[in-house]
Write a protein that binds this ligand. Structure first.
Ligand SMILES: O=C(O)CCC(=O)C(=O)O
Ligand SMILES: [Fe+2]
Length: 246
């Protein structure tokens, strides 16, 4: 692939030749969605979120210890629900969900074909084009998973949200095999997709509750200029939970 000198002298690919692919109804892989600058921004944010309090932690499920390490913003996910504080960790309040991440998610969902009307709300009056099309999903959760070499994630559904809004996933660092299955169970049929640094994956509609997982990452494949050893994935979600009782 051809390259170009970036602002800091590193080589960046000029373009990502991979096209968006609909993997299952409502599930779309958007290769190269985040350019090098956006990847650096998201990584920098993840590093801030990872610091205590309410920082990166090891997650214990009833079945054992997850090999990924995790941190959340907006609401804290634990097995199996959401809370405002790290109820299964240091007890600290979860860090706030940044508006820009919601905007990235809305625009990415729109690029995957999820229009504003599907959320039951129109775009803002007087706003035409990209912003109007980007929709009004009230994204309020960012769930960050860090995969050191050898980490994986078993087949599961993202079922603790009360909203049908699509989940928007952004990947940074090492590439991985992302296994996208079906709503009936953990077994085949599934499609294995390679997610690389900067890729987005959106799943909603009939695929919102499809089983998915990460059977392996590809250690050492992160873009050198990013400065990340391992893989980070950020899923942006709508809780559908409101008010003080959530
Ligand atoms: O790491 C990924 O690409 C997927 C993460 C995931 O499925 C989750 O956080 O629920
Ligand atoms: Fe998931």
């Amino acid at each position: 692939m051809e390259g170009v000198q970036g602002p800091e002298g590193e080589l960046f690919p000029i373009e990502d030749v991979r096209e968006p692919v609909t993997v299952a109804p409502g599930a779309v892989h958007l290769p190269g969605r985040l350019g090098p600058g956006r990847q650096r921004e998201l990584l920098a944010a993840c590093r801030v979120w990872s610091r205590p309090p309410a920082g990166l932690r090891t997650v214990r499920t009833p079945g054992g210890v997850m090999s990924v390490r995790q941190v959340c913003v907006g609401l804290h996910w634990y097995p199996y629900g959401y809370a405002r504080t790290v109820v299964d960790g240091d007890g600290a309040p979860v860090k706030p969900f940044p508006a820009w991440l919601g905007e990235w998610a809305r625009r990415t969902a729109a690029a995957a074909g999820y229009a504003a009307e599907e959320a039951g709300e129109a775009g803002e009056a007087g706003e035409a084009g990209a912003a109007g099309e980007a929709g009004k999903y009230a994204y309020d959760i960012g769930l960050v998973n860090f995969y050191p070499p050898g980490a994986r994630m078993g087949m599961h559904r993202d079922g603790d949200e009360r909203s049908a809004a699509p989940v928007v996933s952004f990947s940074l660092g090492d590439a991985c095999v992302f296994r996208f299955g079906n709503t009936a169970g953990r077994s085949r049929p599934w499609t294995d997709v390679e997610l690389r640094s900067g890729d987005a994956f959106v799943f909603g509609g009939p695929s919102r509750l499809a089983y998915h997982g990460v059977p392996r990452t590809r250690p050492g494949t992160a873009p050198a200029a990013l400065g990340l050893a391992g893989r980070l994935n950020v899923t942006v979600r709508v809780s559908g939970l409101d008010g003080p009782g959530r």
